[in-house]
Design a protein around this ligand. Structure first.
Ligand code: UDP
Length: 262
């Protein structure tokens, strides 16, 4: 009982930093997936430079205390999308009209699809296990055969600075980084100023799914917004991380709502 009280009061002490959190919610992409697709097409055709951050509750928790990450997220060339039903619902509670969640897997497939329509576009893949990367590369080669793959490095056997030096040298139109939150975001944001063009996305476990090494939740669960439950049931070691982040996020949003009503 005492442990539970300490546990909860510990979360209760999490402070909603009004300017910090509001700024991220203000910036969050709130339109539909189709609108996002149109934006991606335009960015690629115009050879723009952007970082796409797929934000889940953990992203908000980290950004609430990590000033560097927070400031990076607010930069003009960063687009934040709501990946996770928790973020959509939280935004709704705070009075934002967020149309739908936009997941990493969907973004990757959309971007590859757009890239494939242009015969001269270059792709760099970085992250995930060696065998996943081998199959991810095959997946792109077979399904999107117009894309030129200028690099495919797994996330366990290469030095990240050397990989990014190669990314700068090869100047890809799209760079997908699958190293998990927040490492992939920190790495991209640290290196983005060296690039002249390119769309950079931290894609978490998307390569595991697209390469066929892990299954995505059945469509019905995705539709019912229960994909998180499926992931936990398949990987129970995620439970602690999931609960900690979501409980903290819940308290954070509760506090944000209270401030809004004050
Ligand atoms: N990963 C990696 N190198 C590491 C740690 C992780 O390449 O040192 C990869 C891992 O194999 C997986 C991805 O990063 O493909 C993280 O996936 P996860 O589903 O955990 O993403 P998150 O939930 O953090 O977005």
């Amino acid at each position: 009982m005492l442990t539970t009280t300490i546990y909860i009061s510990n979360y209760n002490s999490i402070r909603w930093k009004e300017d910090f959190m509001r700024m991220i919610f203000d910036k969050l992409f709130k339109k539909s997936y189709d609108d996002f697709n149109k934006l991606l097409t335009e960015l690629i055709e115009k050879k723009q430079k952007r970082v796409i951050v797929t934000a889940n509750p953990e992203t908000f928790i980290i950004a609430n205390t990590n000033t560097e990450l927070h400031n990076h997220l607010l930069k003009d060339d960063v687009i934040i999308v709501p990946d996770g039903i928790g973020v959509v619902k939280a935004g709704n509670i705070l009075g934002y009209d967020i149309k739908e969640r936009i997941t990493g897997v969907e973004i990757v497939d959309s971007l590859l699809h757009i890239l494939n329509r242009h015969p001269d576009k270059k792709l760099y893949l970085y992250g995930s296990k060696k065998e996943v990367m081998t199959d991810m590369k095959k997946y792109v080669e077979v399904k999107y055969s117009n894309i030129i793959i200028v690099g495919a490095k797994d996330g366990y056997n290469y030095n990240e600075n050397e990989v990014f030096a190669e990314i700068v040298k090869t100047s890809p139109d799209l760079v997908l980084v699958a190293l998990g939150i927040p490492r992939q975001e920190e790495l991209i944001l640290k290196n983005i100023s060296k690039m002249k063009k390119g769309i950079f996305v931290g894609v978490g476990g998307s390569f595991d799914v697209l390469s066929g090494h892990k299954k995505r939740a059945p469509k019905i669960l995705i539709k019912l917004n229960l994909e998180w439950l499926y992931r936990i049931s398949k990987e129970p070691k995620r439970i602690k991380r999931f609960c900690q982040n979501n409980i903290k996020f819940m308290f954070l949003i509760k506090e944000g709502k209270r401030r809004k009503n004050d």
